[in-house]
Design a protein around this ligand. Structure first.
Ligand code: NAD
Length: 255
């Protein structure tokens, strides 16, 4: 029960890494608020976890929606200690294929959404003890891929944003640690989107998944529970002297 007493708001909590994080946090003793635009999935997940979980509608690109989600978490569980920014999208496009509209949409969700999550989290947590923010970056925020222009730009931004917010909180003497993770390819709906795109271009499902697996020295994709485990560690008091860190969860890819 490493997270006993914590109350966490998890953006993108209805699916993939966010959903695995919600389940693990609840199993470790936390109360969780699943913030997502997918109401049916978010509500079903909250029901399956039970009393310790609630769903709240949250579009991470909206300042007002973040204010409402934080207020809902405090209303339901009495306080907020932890924010996990996991909402994100990944749409491939080289610099020649990507449009300004597509580029901006990716920044709006992945980077603006994480900025707003951090901003509301700092405001809500700064009077408390043991606050933690965990942002979900990507190996593609550190090691670029030619077909991921917008995604790389957004996740590079998430890395530096995380570190700037961590320094601010430390310098101000707030008891808020701010860290992130850098997942490699994790088998979620996001990867399934690439499988569908590959199949549409004539590749088999096995070929697409093997391509992802081969990018990791451990020769496999990650499971959602694996980044969730790293997020739980960074959110827990076991990481009490860790702030500004971006922890790879990548089967060795960045080594
Ligand atoms: N799966 C991977 O291989 C991988 C690798 C590196 C990083 N990541 C990152 O992990 C995070 C989670 O991705 P995932 O793999 O779990 O994907 P996923 O598609 O399973 O989950 C993403 C969730 O974000 C939600 N979301 C999208 N736009 C939103 C918005 N505007 N407001 C609120 N919620 C929104 C979706 O509804 C969904 O529930 C993302 O930030 C992603 O970039 C994923």
């Amino acid at each position: 029960m490493r997270l006993s007493g914590k109350v966490a708001l998890i953006s993108g909590g209805a699916s993939g890494i966010g959903a695995a994080t919600a389940r693990l946090f609840a199993a470790e003793g936390a109360s969780v608020v699943i913030g997502d635009i997918q109401a049916a999935k978010g509500e079903a997940l909250a029901r399956s976890i039970g009393e310790a979980a609630a769903y709240v509608a949250l579009d991470v690109t909206s300042d007002a929606a973040w204010a409402d989600a934080v207020a809902a978490a405090v209303r339901r569980f009495g306080r907020l200690t932890t924010v996990v920014n996991s909402a994100g999208i990944s749409v491939p496009g080289s610099i020649e294929d990507e449009t300004l509209e597509g580029f901006r949409r990716t920044q709006a969700i992945n980077l603006d959404g994480t900025f707003l999550g951090c901003k509301h989290a700092v405001a809500a947590l700064k009077g408390g003890r043991g606050g933690a923010i965990v942002n979900v970056g990507s190996t593609l925020g550190q090691k670029a891929g030619a077909i991921f222009t917008a995604y790389c730009a957004s996740k590079g931004g998430v890395k530096m944003l995380t570190q700037a917010v961590a320094l601010h909180c430390a310098e101000q003497g707030y008891d808020i640690r701010v860290n992130g993770i850098l997942p490699g390819a994790i088998h979620t709906e996001m990867v399934e989107g690439y499988v569908a795109a590959g199949e549409a271009q004539g590749a088999s499902r096995e070929q697409v998944l093997a391509g992802f697996a081969s990018a990791h020295p451990m020769k496999r994709l990650g499971r959602p529970e694996e980044p969730a485990g790293a997020i739980a560690f960074l959110a827990s008091d076991a990481a009490s002297f860790t702030t500004g860190a971006m922890l790879p969860v990548d089967g060795g890819m960045l080594s």
